[in-house]
Ligand binder design. Structure first.
Ligand SMILES: NC(=O)c1ccc[n+]([C@@H]2O[C@H](COP(=O)([O-])OP(=O)(O)OC[C@H]3O[C@@H](n4cnc5c(N)ncnc54)[C@H](OP(=O)(O)O)[C@@H]3O)[C@@H](O)[C@H]2O)c1
Length: 248
């Protein structure tokens, strides 16, 4: 078996949105991709594009068991993980009443969804990443740079940035990299299902280029970060946002 046939890039949130677009673009460039998410049908739909390019693992990676299942599946498939794209995340259900218990539950759920899904997945795969100069891309958001107006979402995404610095230092010892990609407004994903035209127009008005972004543009940047020209890009927060936030 050739070296490329024995490696894989693990993409979480791969059944929809940015994760799906990234998985398809990586496969189009000849990479093998391990698709991770909770809904098997969404992952199978992606894998159906080319069964030879994909391994499907349905798992809840906010739990240690789920993250371990991904690492075990990669191992059982006799592949080495050389990259992770942590795209699983989103808005946790809002606090239902004004009680402190509800506030605490909302913040914990947001942390589980946006931080633990990335931390547990990368930690489960870290032996492979350290052995193969692995590349990691964590999906954050402009909300981590300017607030989300919902409190917990932007704050939990911001936690990824400081962790990424430590991860970049650790992976760098063996030539690997870690970076954060913090997109602006990308409708057409489940994240923004049912978004109103008023919100879309408001977000467009916040950009300098006068339009929304799309998942394939974000996938292109992520794929480049995992590719041969980006080996010297590490410990960076890169925000593709159409000029919505300046200087990041
Ligand atoms: N769209 C935007 O405008 C935007 C902007 C900035 C940042 N982002 C970030 O970009 C990332 C991708 O978002 P998206 O726009 O592509 O939204 P999306 O379509 O909702 O994708 C999120 C994915 O995460 C998966 N997921 C959630 N919890 C999981 C868990 N515990 N274990 C495994 N998979 C889980 C979901 O699949 P299952 O439900 O099947 O598990 C889903 O496929 C997110 O981290 C989001 O916060 C999005």
């Amino acid at each position: 078996m050739s070296e490329s046939a024995r490696t894989t890039v693990v993409v979480s949130g791969a059944g929809t949105g940015i994760g799906r677009a990234t998985a398809l673009r990586l496969a189009a460039e000849g990479r093998h991709v391990t698709l991770v998410g909770r809904r098997r049908d969404k992952l199978d739909e992606v894998a159906a594009h080319d069964q030879r390019s994909f391994l499907v693992v349905d798992a809840d990676i906010s739990t240690p068991e789920g993250a371990r299942r991904v690492a075990d599946a990669v191992d059982t498939a006799d592949r080495a993980c050389v990259g992770v794209v942590a795209s699983a995340g989103g808005n946790a259900p809002a606090a239902s009443d004004g009680s402190l218990d509800a506030v605490r539950d909302h913040w914990r759920a947001s942390f589980d969804l946006n931080v633990m899904t990335a931390v547990l997945l990368v930690e489960a795969l870290r032996p492979d990443l350290e052995a193969h100069a692995g590349r990691v891309v964590l999906l954050s958001s402009v909300s981590a740079l300017r607030g989300s107006r919902t409190g917990a979402y932007g704050a939990s995404k911001a936690a990824l940035h400081a962790w990424m610095f430590d991860l970049a230092a650790r992976l760098g010892r063996s030539g690997g990299t870690a970076n954060v990609v913090a997109p602006g407004f990308i409708p057409g994903t489940e994240f923004w299902a049912g978004v109103s035209d008023e919100v879309v127009q408001n977000r467009i008005a916040q950009t300098l280029v006068g339009r929304v972004g799309n998942a394939d543009e974000i996938a292109g940047l992520i794929t480049w970060l995992l590719g041969p020209d980006a080996g010297w890009i590490s410990a960076q927060v890169i925000s593709p946002n159409g000029g919505m936030v300046l200087g990041r």
